[in-house]
Design a binder for this molecule. Structure first.
Ligand SMILES: N[C@@H](CCC(=O)N[C@@H](CS)C(=O)NCC(=O)O)C(=O)O
Length: 211
């Protein structure tokens, strides 16, 4: 059975999983679920994920939702080395990843932002202001948390960790909404390193941008 990823090209959570699949060298078919067209709310997708969210991954005869759970599954079954053995370091790297995936990402989700800006006269401006309001402080905190690690050159060492897989999609989103990150040197250095990595490059949203 083929590995299938139900995703959306601009979805950060899907982008995390694409990076992991490319790190694993796992061939997969990408099935786009158009969030702007509302395809994620159609019965067909709700049957895959009752939450109506992407990504959904079919792999090894199983179907998974929730990107962090999927990353841990791929890490466990494909030896990706996203988390170290040491329980203290493991927990600290998970905390970095969660600071993005659990704290920044949900408040910047399409359904949340649409609801929050429903009454705004200038929706594009209100959306940008909302994004900037939540993304910059979250990434400033992430940059400060990185002080506890050596970026040689990735967030926590010389190979990509769970933190890098969450950071890069969030940075893509930050650039999209013109969040100023010019003073965050650690983040910029990690971004340069990740962007050069073939798995990150292959997973980039531009590769899935509809024609
Ligand atoms: N915690 C979930 C979040 C998934 C999620 O929020 N996906 C977004 C795209 S990045 C989505 O499907 N949004 C649809 C919506 O907000 O209606 C995960 O990590 O997989």
């Amino acid at each position: 059975m083929n590995t299938v990823l139900y995703d959306y090209w601009r979805s950060s959570a899907s982008y995390r999983v694409r990076i992991a699949l490319h790190l694993a060298g796992e061939p997969f078919d990408s099935v786009p679920v158009d969030l702007l067209a509302g395809t994620h709310r159609a019965p067909e997708h709700l049957a895959r994920n009752p939450q109506g969210l992407v990504p959904v991954l079919e792999i090894d005869g199983a179907q998974f939702t929730q990107s962090l759970a999927i990353l841990e599954y791929l890490n466990d079954t494909r030896a990706l080395g996203l988390l170290p053995e040491d329980p203290i370091q493991r927990t600290k790297i998970r905390a970095l990843a969660h600071s993005i995936a659990v704290d920044i990402h949900p408040v910047c989700n399409l359904s949340v932002v649409r609801h929050a800006t429903a009454e705004a006269k200038d929706k594009p401006a209100a959306t940008r202001a909302w994004m900037q309001h939540f993304i910059r402080p979250g990434l400033v905190a992430f940059d400060t948390l990185l002080e506890g690690f050596e970026q040689t050159p990735f967030c926590c060492g010389d190979t990509p960790s769970l933190a890098d897989l969450c950071l890069m999609p969030q940075l893509y989103n930050a650039h999209r909404w013109e969040v100023d990150l010019s003073d965050l040197a650690r983040l910029q250095a990690v971004e340069t390193a990740c962007a050069r990595h073939p798995a990150f490059a292959a997973a980039h949203p531009d590769n899935g941008r509809p024609d």
